[in-house]
Design a protein around this ligand. Structure first.
Ligand code: NOJ
Length: 714
């Protein structure tokens, strides 16, 4: 008999439910703390999984109680939100997405897994794969932006990175694709609010990244807190049981979000924990995180005949199988046994610096304001995010220390050693005091360039951080206006660096700063990454993975909108438009400048007809007409001109990178398979339809900047 079946035969009901329970934990000076409970529950087998324990010592201490002191000795599964690094932080996911490089996405996840596993952990609650087209939603910071294909590629890269080839390896973690599904379109962009979207949008936009995670072998999935068209995801039988387990044949572990089973009561679909637990169990949710609903509710549900012991056993089996796949039965201390070598830690920090710099997205650069090369004699650095190391971590920081990140100021002092740097905060991130602005901007007078470090506090994005006014908070715009006025009078360039977990609505700044960098939250090496870009040692490589609106009223504004029957025509008022703002975003998806200047020519296709089974090769010549070496990100879109249903105005099919010296021309080759052009017809069946398709290639999703060629689907 297998180990798992043998255990199942010997387990009491309480021990079984313990395996389906995950509880928050921590380590105080007095010893371990288990939320609302004690280590006794690990000893008696009624808590089988923990979250949030940090440090190999505490993790192993907990593991020892489970393995050596509980009746059956089943190891604990211990997880943490290792979202973009564990102790060393890489850029937040939205920032990292801007790098547009799946190999990098995988590498940072691999490094995060190594570092977390060295702390004894075996699971991360990542990657977050929620496509977000509403920047009010704070969790936009944690995801892959507005595009589904990017979500798909991110899913693959992150699952591979966290889990490696063998999830039982001492440096591998179980990944958790979350939040399944369609958490991004919460109403009004308000966190935890209801979701109401069409079946088409669900299937075309929100499900594919999760399908990709399943294909990549993801071990666990977390249902979203939210409801979808009236059914809370934590009890969603059609999607959890029929789609994930049925259609996709996935047999991994479903772990609820924090107290989400209990929240079925507030959703108004369960009267009490017994009903809530019943609903989740029936949908196949295996682990109850923090609701205590399975532990306390399922014994009663069983007695009342609402659930069967077979249903419970099925979940227990899946949890035990996961522990087995993670190698926890064979050696529960395999992770965290060996401390990491200093060299590995050093290399990881270098990677964080490199990815941090490459994630920085240059939105604007007038008259060559950047790079600051040769280095200026004097630099004036203003703003509340200049000397704000802890903020550089972003909304999730795992086991990192608040004072560990390199602040912008520290990075600039290191990166511009011969430059005199003066600094003042000028205004706080988020209060109404303007009294510091006058003195601060006076410092601009003697500077050769002014750097404004503006944006959000780290906790103004992420979970529970929706914003109805996603602008520069507090009096930061007043600071920017005063600094720009003062500097302009002397012809001094002003460079604004924005730190945020979302695009910000910055119409005034966009017209008035000489240069704007979206730095997102770059992580541990923030200051060095910023200095590398400002100094021109690295050409900014970021391309925005989400459109920046001109006005909040445009939201959702994203490149993949479907056409209107009355497309905007400036001469015709009865067309699709606003009275008070343009339709297009301020910065489109994919926008980002570098220190090169690229032009595109000679788009060519290997064929002008395409069957579903064919692949077309697409070539384009790219020239760097700028004065510095740089890397360009080349995007490939299609547009299905006539179809049986309306198709998006642009659909991303891929992207490629090319690095060119100044004055050089190179060729970018990409391919497009006919099967990628399948779409859902009126009955939501996948079809490949004959007809014309435009192939469009260029630097971003702005149609005017794309070269086009025609292809006939046959
Ligand atoms: C709630 C969040 O929604 C989820 O993303 C996270 O993994 C859990 N809390 C655990 O911290």
């Amino acid at each position: 008999m297998s180990r798992i079946e043998d255990l199942l035969e010997r387990m009491t009901l309480a021990e079984k439910l313990g395996q389906l329970t995950m509880t928050a934990s921590g380590y105080a000076v007095t010893g371990p703390v288990i939320a609302g409970d004690s280590t006794e529950s690990i000893r008696d087998g009624t808590i089988g999984n923990l979250l949030n324990m940090i440090g190999a010592g505490p993790v192993h201490e907990m593991q020892r109680i489970a393995v050596e002191q509980s009746r059956l000795g089943i190891p604990l599964l211990i997880g943490l939100d290792i979202i973009h690094g564990h102790r060393t932080l890489f850029p937040i996911p939205l920032g990292e997405t801007a790098v547009f490089d799946p190999a990098t996405w995988e590498r940072t996840a691999r490094e995060a897994a190594r570092e977390a596993a060295a702390d004894g952990l075996a699971m991360t609650f990542a990657p977050m794969l929620d496509v977000s087209r509403d920047l009010r939603w704070g969790r936009t910071a944690e995801g892959p932006g507005e595009d589904t294909l990017i979500g798909v590629l991110m899913a693959h890269a992150k699952v591979r990175g966290f889990q490696g080839d063998d999830p039982s390896a001492p440096d591998a973690l179980a990944a958790c694709a979350k939040h399944f599904c369609a958490y991004g379109p919460v109403m009004g962009g308000r966190e935890y609010a209801a979701v109401d979207i069409s079946e088409r949008t669900l299937r075309e936009v929100h499900l594919p990244p999760f399908e990709a995670a399943v294909k990549a072998g993801v071990e666990t999935i977390m249902p979203a807190f939210t409801d979808l068209n009236g059914i809370p995801m934590t009890m969603h039988i059609p999607l959890l049981r029929d789609y994930l387990r049925g259609d996709l044949g996935w047999d991994g572990v479903l772990v609820s979000d924090y107290n989400a089973i209990g929240e079925l009561i507030k959703h108004g679909v369960a009267a009490d924990l017994v009903e809530a637990a019943t609903l989740s169990l029936k949908a196949g949710v295996d682990i109850d995180m923090m609701a205590g609903a399975y532990r306390h509710g399922l014994p009663i549900a069983l007695e009342r005949g609402l659930v069967t012991i077979d249903e419970i056993d099925t979940c227990v089996r899946r949890v035990l199988r996961l522990k087995e796949r993670l190698g926890l039965f064979d050696d529960p201390y395999r992770r965290g046994r060996k401390a990491e070598k200093a060299d590995a830690i050093r290399q990881r920090r270098e990677l964080a610096r490199d990815v941090g710099a490459r994630s920085i997205t240059m939105l604007r650069n007038q008259n060559g304001a950047l790079p600051l090369d040769p280095p200026p004699r004097r630099l004036c650095v203003l703003g509340p995010l200049a000397d704000a190391a802890a903020e550089m971590r972003g909304p999730w920081f795992a086991a990192s220390e608040p004072d560990d990140p390199v602040s912008v100021l520290a990075g600039l002092r290191d990166g511009f050693p011969g430059t005199g740097i003066v600094h003042a905060t000028g205004a706080a991130i988020d209060d109404t005091d303007e009294t510091g602005i006058g003195d601060a901007v006076a410092l601009c007078d003697d500077a050769d360039a002014v750097i404004l470090c503006l944006g959000e506090r780290a906790n103004m994005s992420g979970e529970a951080a929706s914003r109805a006014y996603p602008e520069l908070p507090g009096r930061q715009e007043a600071l920017a206006r005063a600094a720009i006025a003062r500097a302009r009078a002397r012809g001094t360039p002003v460079i604004a660096i924005l730190f945020s977990g979302r695009p910000l609505v910055i119409p005034w700044l966009a017209d008035n700063a000489d240069a704007i960098l979206a730095a997102w939250f770059p992580g541990s090496q923030a200051g060095h990454a910023v200095a590398d870009v400002l100094a021109g040692r690295v050409s900014p490589g970021g391309r925005t993975p989400i459109s920046w609106p001109r006005a909040l009223g445009q939201v959702p504004v994203f490149y993949g909108q479907r056409p209107s029957g009355r497309p905007m025509d400036p001469k015709d008022p009865y067309t699709s438009r606003y009275l008070d703002v343009a339709n297009d975003p301020l910065y489109p998806f994919g926008h980002g400048l570098g220190y090169g200047r690229f032009t595109y020519a000679n788009l060519r296709l290997s064929t002008d007809t395409l069957r579903e089974c064919d692949v077309v090769q697409i070539g384009v010549d790219v020239s760097n007409e700028g004065e510095r070496e740089a890397e360009e990100t080349v995007f490939l879109f299609t547009r299905d001109k006539v179809a049986c249903v309306t198709r998006p105005l642009l659909e991303l099919r891929g992207f490629a990178k090319i690095r060119l010296d100044a004055g050089r021309t190179g060729t970018v080759e990409m391919s497009l398979a006919g099967s990628e052009l399948r779409f859902l017809d009126a009955g939501l069946r996948g079809v490949f339809e004959p007809g014309d398709v435009e192939v469009l290639v260029g630097p971003c999703a702005d149609r005017a900047q794309l070269l086009g060629a025609s292809l006939r689907q046959i």
